[in-house]
Write a protein that binds this ligand. Structure first.
Ligand code: NAG
Length: 287
């Protein structure tokens, strides 16, 4: 806590320093999440350190955070369904509620043994999505846990995989593109069957003889704010999520991912957007 004198109004203002504005919570799944779907197919174990979702022919399963977040850095480690996971989708996302909801999505589309997963991403603002980008990963996401993160601040949303940025969605309000900044979001995850579209566009079906399919979660971490985190955060404190911008190294990493692993980008889908690609795609500083 620091005190500062505001000369014009002649009052002492109490200003909180950055560190006291930020709360970081460390993983205890019992404390932070509710199992919401799929009965015993969703499980928390190891004293709250590990969570698993599974899918069988009858049902998938899911969980959601107890808390809502308005800006923050959210990290989670996932180990995806191994072996033949074709037809399965593991969704992990932030979302608010209602018809004009905002949403920030990671979706992992399974595949046949040895064939690559697709990491599908999307951003919804004011109920409107249609901003898909898809990637292959540069590792096998079923062998080990990997960290999937969202940095969400008033300037931008950054998607990261093992701390490498894969996608940035900038605040484009100045050009008329809505940005998520008023509606708090919860964290959701679910594992479900989507063999009508997920793998090679629905060509490869789920092999139920391999069920149950299971994905694992650990090391959840949320850094977020009490009250507003937009003000009183000095720019010089760089490296914290509140004002995080990509440095030169991270920009190079982002370009490396986009060049080598991106397999779909709505911004270059001129067929789909024959009337013109969305506004944010037309200004390079918003990409
Ligand atoms: C599955 O593997 C095929 C063949 O390598 C590939 O074309 C496809 O993009 C992969 N991923 C999904 C989810 O279909």
């Amino acid at each position: 806590m620091g005190l500062s004198f505001n000369g014009s109004s002649g009052v002492w203002l109490v200003s909180l320093v950055v560190s006291s504005l930020v709360i970081a919570t460390c993983a205890n799944f019992y404390q932070d999440f509710d199992l919401t779907w799929g009965d015993r197919r969703a499980k928390i174990f190891n004293g709250g350190q590990l969570l698993s979702l599974s899918l069988d022919k009858t049902s998938g399963s899911g969980f959601q955070s107890k808390k809502e977040y308005l800006f923050g850095r959210i990290d989670m480690q996932l180990k995806l369904v191994a072996g033949n996971s074709a037809g399965t989708v593991t969704a992990y996302y932030l979302s608010s509620q209602g018809p004009t909801h905002d949403e920030i999505d990671f979706e992992f589309l399974g595949n046949l043994t040895g064939d690559p997963y697709i990491l599908h991403t999307n951003v919804f603002t004011q109920g409107k999505g249609d901003r898909e980008q898809q990637f292959y990963l540069w590792f096998d996401p079923t062998r080990n846990f990997h960290t999937y993160s969202i940095i969400w601040n008033p300037q931008q949303i950054i998607f990261l995989v093992d701390n490498t940025p894969i996608r940035v969605f900038k605040n484009g309000e100045s050009i008329g593109v809505p940005f998520p900044k008023n509606q708090p979001m919860r964290i959701y995850s679910s594992l479900w069957n989507a063999d009508d579209w997920a793998t090679r566009g629905g060509l490869v079906k789920t092999d139920w003889t391999k069920a149950p399919f299971t994905a694992y979660y650990r090391n959840f971490k949320a850094q977020t704010c009490i009250g507003s985190c937009t003000s009183s955060t000095p720019k010089s404190s760089g490296g914290t999520w509140q004002n995080q911008e990509l440095d030169a190294y991270s920009r190079r990493r982002l370009r490396w991912v986009q060049k080598n692993f991106m397999i779909y980008n709505y911004c270059t889908d001129y067929k789909r957007f024959s009337q013109g690609v969305p506004l944010e795609c037309r200004r390079s500083r918003f990409l």
